[in-house]
Design a protein around this ligand. Structure first.
Ligand SMILES: NC(=O)c1ccc[n+]([C@@H]2O[C@H](COP(=O)([O-])OP(=O)(O)OC[C@H]3O[C@@H](n4cnc5c(N)ncnc54)[C@H](OP(=O)(O)O)[C@@H]3O)[C@@H](O)[C@H]2O)c1
Length: 238
């Protein structure tokens, strides 16, 4: 495939390595220094666009990919307030949008484990649930997109929890997500159910960005020739 990389930071560079090792070609690289090259004409020379930038530019980047008629795979976090608008634009344009708050296969198995544990805990109101996420100091958003995905699943399953708060003292109906920013940590997510007598904790730790980048390239391969809103559940069939 011929790929466009929109965003050439830590993830963009890691994705490039994996994509090339799987036989793909990087046709277009867009970074903060050459936004003028992000044109419909240039995008149409590519099969799929991969977008990893910053929350402020993501939605604009998706729209131009929809206009160019090429699938866009994105993992940028922090723009989800505009999710409905983006999904609507994608469908209206008959486009393809593959979004994941986390592209690692391990994390997506962890998402499933989180749902299963929540179902097991749902009847035991003695346990309170909370979450901690740890990332590197360069991360712009908090809580992480992955933490929000985990929290949304918990809120659907645990009775009495109706919303989440980030680093605030939670009300009884709120799930607390603690965010820590330390060194170069690629990503740790822990969910803890605690009662007066014990606690149960599950943790996923990302060792490097390699697993994330592989998931992104697999998603790009999957997106080619497909239409609509795609997720890791489609790709992994879980
Ligand atoms: N879903 C997942 O699995 C996953 C995994 C890791 C990260 N993420 C998310 O992906 C995003 C990128 O992460 P990262 O670690 O690669 O961050 P990063 O190293 O800061 O890279 C972001 C890159 O985008 C560039 N950029 C900023 N505005 C742009 C624009 N308008 N057009 C094109 N490029 C632009 C930045 O350029 P400058 O540096 O020059 O500003 C930078 O090179 C973040 O939102 C992060 O939370 C998601």
């Amino acid at each position: 495939m011929n790929l466009a990389l929109i965003g050439y930071g830590k993830m963009g560079k890691e994705i490039e390595k994996i994509a090339v090792s799987r036989g793909h070609k990087i046709n277009l690289i867009i970074d903060i220094n050459n936004p003028q090259d992000l044109t419909i004409e240039n995008l149409q020379k590519c099969d799929v666009a991969i977008e990893f930038t910053i929350p402020d530019s993501a939605v604009k980047n998706y729209n131009i990919c929809f206009e160019a008629g090429i699938p866009v795979v994105s993992g940028t976090t922090g723009w989800l307030g505009k999710k409905e608008e983006v999904f609507k634009k994608c469908v209206e344009a008959n486009g393809t949008f593959f979004y994941a708050s986390n592209f690692s296969i391990g994390v997506n198995i962890f998402f499933e484990l989180n749902r299963k544990l929540a179902y097991l805990m749902a009847d035991y109101s003695d346990y309170n649930v909370e979450m901690t996420e740890v990332h590197h100091i360069h991360k712009l958003d908090a809580p992480s997109g992955t933490a929000i995905s985990l929290a949304e699943d918990i809120l659907k399953i645990i009775p009495g929890k109706t919303g989440w708060v980030n680093d605030e003292i939670p009300l009884e109906n709120e799930l607390n997500i603690k965010s820590e920013r330390i060194g170069e940590v690629p990503g740790i997510h822990t969910i803890k159910y605690e009662s007066d007598v014990d606690f149960i904790e599950i943790t996923h730790s990302t060792k490097s960005r390699k697993g994330l980048a592989l998931g992104v390239v697999l998603a790009a391969e999957y997106s080619l020739g497909r239409k609509g809103i795609l997720t890791m559940k489609d790709l992994l069939n879980i």
